[in-house]
Design a protein around this ligand. Structure first.
Ligand SMILES: Nc1ncnc2c1ncn2[C@@H]1O[C@H](COP(=O)(O)OP(=O)(O)OP(=O)(O)O)[C@@H](O)[C@H]1O
Ligand SMILES: [Mg+2]
Length: 439
């Protein structure tokens, strides 16, 4: 049933876009001007991702097999299939409205009405799939059916859903995030600070203090003034949609991405001008997005690399500690890291960061691309590090799991922090639930 969580994740991305479209429609009604580039990016994403890839998989596998197993499913599926068939036409209509709106320069009302009809239909479509169809699918489909469906959804060489296509979709999504009006972002619409308490077991000593951090890629400002604190012993989650700036934040913190304004203090010392290795030496160690282990090097050499700033005398002992934590790495220690599975590579990336004896561990989407069971395992590792007193800054799209183990969390949207609070407060926050948890 892994296909279900893949579909739900895709729905969540789409839901954020729907919320953004509605919010932009509100602005247009108040006299704003339609940003053609932004809407084209949105329409391109929906066209190539939702209409061609997502629908195609649902029709070809999930729906087809459900029709075989359940008569009751038939009428629902007929409606959903019809909506899939009409989707390209609806999008074409929106593109026409956008073009006319730009040409005539009159009011926006025709266009915003078309936008609202469109998002309304999409919301209802997603609701039907999640509330009616999914529970039914869990009931009626056999194990063999799920195997067939899951294989299709997990096929990494698939021209529509494979790794390369996924990278393209991610780029398209990033483009929307870049072009979205500042007032909108891609998530909840208004920010604010929830009251925060210090969790038990966490000291009140501020270990990391980031103030007004900015960072740019050329003319694009990816971070627009981030304030964030991490106390010693705390697990802090940074959550947000694709392209929000999570990775940029971690890279700026590690010093591999230039900071154009703001300051970073660590253990009370200003480290803003320190290079990346100076920061590793101070104890800021990162497990990067996409793991980035060195494939041809052995597992053990990968781990040793993590200790390059450390005195030689402690390396052997530290290796043993990592091996005790991840026995599979010990078993395979002489093999090239590229032979490990995705989940094992993630363990290796975390192990490599731990070899630097971090005072603060930065984890960039450790659960990305892993099957649900492995996701669980990665979060267990994070939990266990936390219980040993490690200070952790955890970046995740998997907001529910991350906020679930975090003492506190920050919601990042297109380069701004829009909400902070304890993990539990954020999980129960309406906007966070709608935007990030798909509820
Ligand atoms: N190398 C780059 N050159 C230009 N723009 C970039 C580059 N890397 C990121 N960006 C842009 O900066 C913004 C923030 O991207 P970033 O990768 O930090 O987001 P993220 O929150 O980590 O997203 P994801 O969840 O997809 O990992 C996006 O708009 C992205 O397109
Ligand atoms: Mg990222």
């Amino acid at each position: 049933m892994r296909a279900i969580s893949i579909i739900q994740e895709e729905h969540r991305n789409l839901w954020r876009i729907i919320m953004s479209i509605d919010a932009v429609a509100d602005e247009l009604d108040e006299g704003g001007k339609a940003d053609v580039e932004f809407f084209n990016a949105v329409f391109d994403y929906i066209e190539s991702f939702v209409d061609e890839a997502h629908h195609h998989k649902e029709d070809g596998y999930l729906f087809r097999l459900m029709r075989v197993r359940s008569e009751r499913a038939n009428s629902i599926i007929e409606r959903l299939e019809a909506e899939h068939r009409n989707a390209p036409l609806n999008l074409k209509f929106l593109r026409q409205q956008l073009a006319e709106n730009a040409e005539r320069g009159l009011g926006n009302s025709d266009f915003t009405e078309a936008l609202r009809n469109y998002t309304k239909a999409l919301r209802s479509h997603i609701h039907t799939e999640e509330r009616d169809l999914m529970p039914m699918a869990k009931d009626v489909l056999t194990e063999a059916d799920w195997q067939e469906i899951d294989t299709a959804f997990l096929d990494n060489k698939d021209p529509l859903f494979g790794d390369q296509a996924k990278a393209e979709f991610r780029e398209l999504y990033h483009r929307i995030a870049t072009l979205a009006p500042d007032s909108i972002g891609l998530g909840g619409q208004t920010g604010g600070e929830l009251k925060t308490r210090t969790a038990p077991g966490v000291s009140t000593e501020v270990l990391l203090k980031v103030s007004a951090m900015e960072s740019c890629y050329g003319k694009i400002k990816a971070l627009k003034g981030i304030d964030l604190e991490v106390r010693r012993g705390e697990t802090v989650a940074l959550v947000g949609a694709n392209g929000a700036g999570k990775t940029t934040f971690l890279r700026t913190l590690s010093g591999v991405q230039p900071m154009s304004a703001g300051s970073i203090s660590f253990e009370g010392e200003d480290i803003s001008r320190l290079g990346p290795d100076g920061r590793v030496k101070r104890g800021i160690c990162q497990s990067p997005e996409g793991r980035q282990v060195f494939g041809p090097l052995s597992i053990e050499d990968n781990l040793r690399l993590g200790a390059y700033t450390q005195p030689k005398a402690q390396v052997e002992g530290d290796l043993e500690k990592i091996y005790a934590m991840f026995p599979v790495l010990k078993e395979k220690r002489k093999l090239p890291a590229g032979t490990l599975s995705g989940g094992q590579q993630q363990m290796l990336a975390i192990g490599r960061a731990l070899m630097g004896r971090p005072k603060m561990l930065l984890l960039d989407e450790p659960s990305m691309g892993l099957a649900p069971l492995l996701v669980e395992e990665v979060f267990n590792v994070v939990r266990s590090l936390k219980s040993q007193g490690m200070t952790i800054l955890l970046v995740e799209q998997n907001a529910f799991a991350a906020l679930g183990i975090a003492d506190r969390g920050y919601v990042l949207e297109t380069g701004n922090v829009t909400l902070t609070g304890t993990g539990q407060e954020l999980i129960s926050n309406e906007q966070v639930r709608a935007a990030y948890l798909g509820m």
